[in-house]
Write a protein that binds this ligand. Structure first.
Ligand code: UFG
Length: 327
């Protein structure tokens, strides 16, 4: 298939683009390089530096590349904490950019769409693991922006026959030998812990150890980015029979912040000093996905189910790319 990947120079988008190429698909990447890296885009893909805010450029891209079979939309502002400080980047830009993309796609006759959605839709889960029928309570303007886009897709399906899947990622992590997580600033736990192992930070701060969990620190469901990539490809290939779908994507296993740090100590052989700080506002105690629906409907299976192999894959990238893509 010919797939347009927005945010294909970013962490999850570039690794999915590489997997699409490997599976024999044709890839066209659009990215404004705000967080993305040109070097992350696979050499086999077409790369277009463009911003989704620019509607004219979007129409020109669809005109210049006719016959796009589907879109994977990764490009987005993605930080829960930032969204509490700069809500309009999320409530306006994330939403408007998705609307621009959808409008241009529909005008060009594209009817397949995969959305990067988020576990931040489930701020107050009543049942763990969290299934697709859990009550939606976005935890931040970030989560709300993704919920708006999910709703927009519902109307695109109803009005224009769009076939789509919303993939609600839990904690994306892990790297591949050639592509990895390189955000500036970095806010995610695993890369921060590995930066401590590399001597780039003196210690990691644990955001609260008074949660009602087995060791008092937050529990998260860490899912390897290659397992996310395979879910995207399976969903895209199955959209014609699926129609409208929402899938929660995680490993189904939760690990505490202390368990992540302890595993990283084992993998890296570094002591990784940790200090306990206050809670980070907006962090729910436990987020673990039930991915039964995508397993049953698409036969999706995560390949990285243990924390050690996930962290080992991330360590390999960080150790060999201590300055990320700037090396
Ligand atoms: N944490 C620390 N210290 C740090 C960084 C993180 O203790 O320096 C803790 C957090 O409090 C949290 C856990 O480690 O309990 C994981 O935090 P991350 O920042 O790595 O990830 P989040 O769970 O906050 O967020 C991720 C994605 C979001 C998505 C969210 C859905 O980054 O895009 O999962 O739950 F919305």
């Amino acid at each position: 298939m010919k797939i347009l990947v927005t945010g294909g120079a970013g962490y999850i988008g570039s690794i999915t683009s590489a997997e699409l190429v490997r599976a024999g698909h044709e890839v066209i990447v659009i990215d404004n390089l705000y967080q993305g890296h040109r070097a992350a885009v696979p050499a086999e893909a077409v790369f277009i530096e463009a911003d989704l805010a620019d509607r004219r450029t979007l129409s020109n891209i669809f005109a210049a590349y006719p016959g796009i079979d589907g879109i994977m939309h990764f490009a987005s502002y993605t930080l829960v904490g930032e969204s509490m400080e700069k809500p309009f980047l999320y409530l306006r830009d994330n939403v408007a950019n998705a609307a621009n993309l959808l409008e241009a796609a529909i005008a060009a006759g594209v009817r397949r769409f995969i959305l990067s959605s988020t576990a931040n839709l489930f701020d107050q889960p009543e049942r763990i693991p969290i299934a697709e029928n859990e009550r939606i309570v976005p935890g931040s303007p970030y989560g709300e922006s993704k919920f708006f886009i999910e709703r927009m897709l519902h109307w695109m399906a109803r009005i224009y026959g769009m076939r789509y899947a919303c993939l609600r990622y839990f904690n994306a992590c892990g790297d591949t030998p050639n592509r990895g997580e390189d955000h500036d600033p970095e806010t995610h736990l695993i890369p921060i812990v590995l930066q401590v192992a590399l001597g780039q930070r003196p210690y990691v701060t644990i955001f609260g150890d008074d949660y009602p969990t087995r060791d008092g620190t937050c529990v998260r469901d860490y899912i390897h980015v290659l397992d996310l990539a395979s879910a995207h490809i399976l969903a895209m290939e199955a959209l014609d029979r699926l129609g409208e779908r929402r899938y929660n994507l995680g490993n189904g296993q939760g690990f505490t912040v202390r368990e992540v740090i302890e595993t990283a100590r084992k993998v890296t052989g570094h002591p990784i000093p940790a200090v306990v700080g206050p809670r980070r506002p907006g962090d729910p105690a436990v987020l673990v996905a039930s991915s039964e629906t995508i397993r049953a409907e698409l036969g999706w299976q995560p390949r990285f189910t243990d924390l050690e192999s996930i962290i080992a894959s991330a360590w390999e990238w960080h150790r060999t790319h201590p300055n990320g893509y700037d090396d």
